[in-house]
Design a protein around this ligand. Sequence first.
Ligand SMILES: Nc1ncnc2c1ncn2[C@@H]1O[C@H](COP(=O)(O)OP(=O)(O)O)[C@@H](O)[C@H]1O
Ligand SMILES: [Mg+2]
Length: 309
Amino acid sequence: MAMMSFNQSAVIETNLPIGKPIRGKVRDCYRLDVSDEPHMLIVSTDRVSAFDWVLPTPIPGKGKVLTTVSKFWFDWLSEQSPPVSHHLVTTNVDEMGLPSTIDLEPLRGRSMLVKAASVIPFECVVRGWLAGSGLLEYQKAGTVCGIPLPPDLHPGDRLPCSIFTPATKATEGHDENVSFGTMAESLGDVLASELREKSIAVYDAAIGLAVEKGIVLADTKFEWGHDSDGQLMLVDEVLTPDSSRFWPAELACKGEVPESFDKQFVRDWLASSGWDRMSTPPPLPPEIVDGTRQKYLDVCQRLTGSLPC
Ligand SMILES: Nc1ncnc2c1ncn2[C@@H]1O[C@H](COP(=O)(O)OP(=O)(O)O)[C@@H](O)[C@H]1O
Ligand SMILES: [Mg+2]
């Protein structure tokens, strides 16, 4: 494949003069008061995380890919009938009403102004193909997250229907898979059922569009939250190669799990590097940085038809 290129400099961390950021593994989030309603500025940096660690080496431009891909899906969600509520207001930094003292250039292409949410502390995972931890459990027990599946599935196969396999959103350490019943005990049946139904509906609609663009969305993780009026909305990043397992469509359903576009590439290198997963991870070699970057750019180009600015 031809090497795709655009501005190479990496953004590792931001320190904007608008308050202390809430730093996630990948994003720096700032509370913003642009109107009566609480808002947030979410800046996607080029940090990369794997096995719950932030790696010491960034992937230049990754935050721009995540923002471009999320915006593509948020725009699409707004066009559905009925539209799916979400938190994105704009990705245009000139429209965010940020103080003139801020240098907007490093933020361009990687920032979202969003409605602040009270985030529901569950990861709404939907799986449509057999891979990852789901495949390992299926091979041992014939189930994925406790959900029984037909006995004759091969690695990488399409499941008979998309399944909802929630996980807790751990503030520290590993997210943990939980049954739908456990989620319903915590959130109530009504909200848990609504999250399951809406997550599967968004995923099922999205896989159709993605396949037309040459991508299989093997699985994904959504986050939902309530806005200040108590309305449910989709938050965080949506259907990106960080939150999902993306496969080139031409390699799917061939009896084995295809190599993903996503950070599986980084995970595989880390797994083979001898790192013990308990101490600071090793720096990534340049060919792994570049290979990962090309995969992110490829997915962005296929899906949105363009590269980030
Ligand atoms: N609209 C929103 N309101 C409040 N918090 C949000 C909103 N959208 C996303 N978040 C939170 O912002 C953080 C994004 O940073 P990220 O680096 O992805 O964190 P993490 O390490 O938890 O994956 C997440 O904790 C996510 O739940
Ligand atoms: Mg996240």
